[in-house]
Design a protein. Sequence first.
Length: 570
Amino acid sequence: MRLRRAGVLSSAVLAVLCVGWAAGPAPQAADPASPQTNAGKSDSSAEVQQLKDLLVKQQQQIEQLSKALEEQKKMLEKVEAKSAAGDAVPQKTTPPDRLLASGTPMVVPSSGTSSPKTDPLPPAPAPAPQPLTSSNPLQLQLGNISIMPVGFMDATMVWRNENAGSGIGTNFGSIPFSNAVPGGKLSELRFSIQNSRLGFRVDGNWKGWHFIGYNEFDFLGTSGTNNIGVTNGAFVPRIRLYWIDTRKDKFEFLAGQTWSMLTPGRKGISPLPSDLFYSQVMDVNYIAGLTWTRQLEFRTLYHPSNTVTMGLALEAPNQYGGGYGGATSIVTPSALTAVLGSQLDNGTASFLSTPNAAPDIIAKIAFDPSSRAHIEFAGLDRTFRVVNPTTLQTFTKAGGGVSANFNFEVAKGLRLISNNYWSDGGGRYLFGQAPDVIVRADGSISPVHAGGINAGFEWTASPKVQLWGYYGGIYIGRNVAIDTNGKPVGWGYSGSSSGMNRTIQEATFGLTHTAWKDPRYGALSFIYQYEYATRSPWYVALGQPANAHDNTIYFNIRYTLPGAPPPAEK
């Protein structure tokens, strides 16, 4: 700083000398013996006066320069004081709450960086300011796009008091009864890294359109070998999300595998995991009663204002007869057993060959009057079709459902959540715990009533601690038909399997402790969860337990990858 000050003073002195030199050469001394001496007295007097005037002007310039130098000195002292307080003049950087974690729902604010403002400098020579450096969140810039890693690394421990044999996710429909052997007589303990996720996000702008490309996968795929538990934990990667979203002004379009638009949201109608509600739990099957799936869809959105979003989506159809997530399949008439597995998906490898008649159509409207409130309503339209292999008669039936979801911040950091769903043929969206339809003896279709609810709270007790608790419930209606032999078929009839559930319920609570979080380095979190789940079938044999229940404890250590998305363009 002293060298800088000396440079400024030297520049001022040189400026004064240059002004004097540019005014012309100083007059030479007169020779008394010269005959022109007397004759030039009048000229000499004029030159003396001119020189005096010049000296006055120089004095004024020197005073102006001195004043400017004094002001510049004060400015330099201020800068020097700021430099002494830190390595550089502080700049705004990406706030820690913009850390993007696909498994940690949070609203990602769109704010940019800015430099500190300073008063304009006086018109005096000054050295150029030195460039300032700062540490930024991890992003890779390629031309006009940015690429950011997303995901986290999980180390999960899960313990259950009954051996459900379902891995780290709870198969709600197959919780073992207490008298079941061996499931009801043994507990289970598992360690796993399968919930770890990796992926990337691409952001860019093209001719007024902002686009986001998103990819994410985990390791919960089905392995083709059994050595994963003996010699090598070579778990298979499984694609979760793979989509591109574009938006310009009020219109937005999405195509790819994403969370179904029927999944409850936290903000607007968004495909980003941080804007969706699928709870904060460690259970990879989330909570009972939640409507969700991840599948290919084509989505169109319209934003009439900053607080309202309307959407229409065409999603991949799959007419479902039960068999997933521990659920039991429907019972078909004896002459129509071939319908299951070929025309209705029952959990076999033939799910890609079901003869769907039309895509599932979902419409949704979301209201966000403030950051403290989110309200949304959705409707589902489905079409089912089967053919009677005996009579060759084709039957078509419509089904559908509605949902109403609410998310309010009732006090600072405390949010209350209520998600509600009812359907007539929409059981597939309840984690497959309910079948969509049953088939009557003539081959006609009858949709099954099914509904789900989630209610709970999320409380940010401190910047590092978040507490949460939820209740989830599923109801599956009885739907019975009579076969040609006089026996009942369908779902929930007297004498049916104990896997044909009437209700599934869950209560769970836990906390997330974030030890540290920074978009430049990532985050380290500890997640604890307790879960109590129970199911009650429509029919219970004499002397058998009325319901099955399970207690589950999760403990998880998570390192979230560093990074933050670029600020959205205004």
